[in-house]
Structure formats: C-alpha cells, structure tokens
Design a protein around this ligand. Structure first.
Ligand code: SME
Length: 162
C-alpha cells in the first residue's frame, strides 16, 4: 500500500509552483509535480480537447502514450463524456480500457472543466495510472481533484473548440 501524501500540503506546494498563467507550462509542472509527489504511479498527464470530442495527448510523465482518444473510447473518454471523475480499481474490468502501458492496473481520470463564454466546457482530463490494483481511494480522489482545481485556477486557457 503506497504511503498517502499530505494532500493539503501538496495543494499549497502546487499553488506556489504554478507561478505563471500559461496553461501549457502549468500542465507540464502539474504532471511533473504529481509524478514526483504521489507514490506508485506509472503515468501522470493530461489529454486536451483540441478538436471537438477528441482528446489529444498533452504534457505528461511516463511511457509514450496512446493518442488521440475519442470521447467514445477508454477511461479518459468516459471522464470526458460524463464530466465526472473515473476511479477504476481494476482497469482490466473496465470495458474498452485503453492499455497504453501493460503495467497499468488501476486508474484515476479527472475531467478538467473550465468556464468559457459563461458556460462550463471540457478542456481535457488529468489521467493517473498505477501499476497496483485499487491504488486510488476516496481520499486520493479528493486530493487529486483539489490539485486539478489549483491547476484550473492558476491558468488561462485557449478556447475549447465547439
Ligand atoms: N488508459 C487510458 C488511456 C490513456 S493511457 O493510460 C496514458 C484510457 O483507457 O482512456
């Protein structure tokens, strides 16, 4: 069982680290920060909606990854379509899971929702993979969701294609 980080400390540290409004820089920093501070991960990064209903690979840490991912496929597509966090205890039991890395056994995918022209739109997702089954519990989910909130609050985003 991985040692649980102090997520309130991580939130303060990430907030201090994101010292620009540039989303690309902040996404790169956030992926590296999570990969460095959250144990037992084999992939941490973003997919970005740069075409309608298509997720394109963004800044990440880990092995080269599958791309692009349509909203109709994978755990990332489910998070993007449903606009809800997907906490998957066993990726082998998830129909349509996309195995970029065969070592991945559990996954946490958090939608990145931003305000655009007075509406909430799906900018992309944060995807975390672990080589351990059942790696993410409710506290991990809430802690990582808080880090995504900090990334969003710290960044100015390009417009999401309609
Ligand atoms: N497993 C994801 C694909 C992205 S790789 O994990 C980086 C999915 O099923 O959508």
């Amino acid at each position: 069982m991985a040692t649980r980080p102090d997520y309130s400390l991580l939130a303060r540290q990430l907030d201090a680290t994101l010292d620009t409004r540039d989303w690309l820089t902040n996404a790169s920093q956030t992926a590296a920060f999570i990969n460095m501070t959250v144990a037992d991960l084999n992939w941490a990064g973003f997919y970005v909606q740069r075409q309608p209903q298509i997720l394109h690979l963004g800044p990440f840490q880990g092995q080269p990854a599958c791309h692009p991912i349509p909203f109709t496929k994978g755990v990332c597509g489910a998070a993007a379509t449903q606009r809800t966090t997907q906490r998957i205890a066993d990726v082998h039991a998830f129909p349509g899971h996309i195995a970029c890395d065969a070592a991945s056994r559990s996954e946490l995918v958090i939608p990145v929702l931003i305000e655009q022209n007075g509406q909430q739109v799906l900018w992309g997702v944060l995807d975390l993979d672990s080589p351990s089954p059942e790696r993410f519990d409710e506290e991990d989910q809430a802690g990582i969701e808080r880090l995504v909130e900090i990334f969003i609050a710290s960044s100015d985003f390009d417009s999401v294609p309609a």
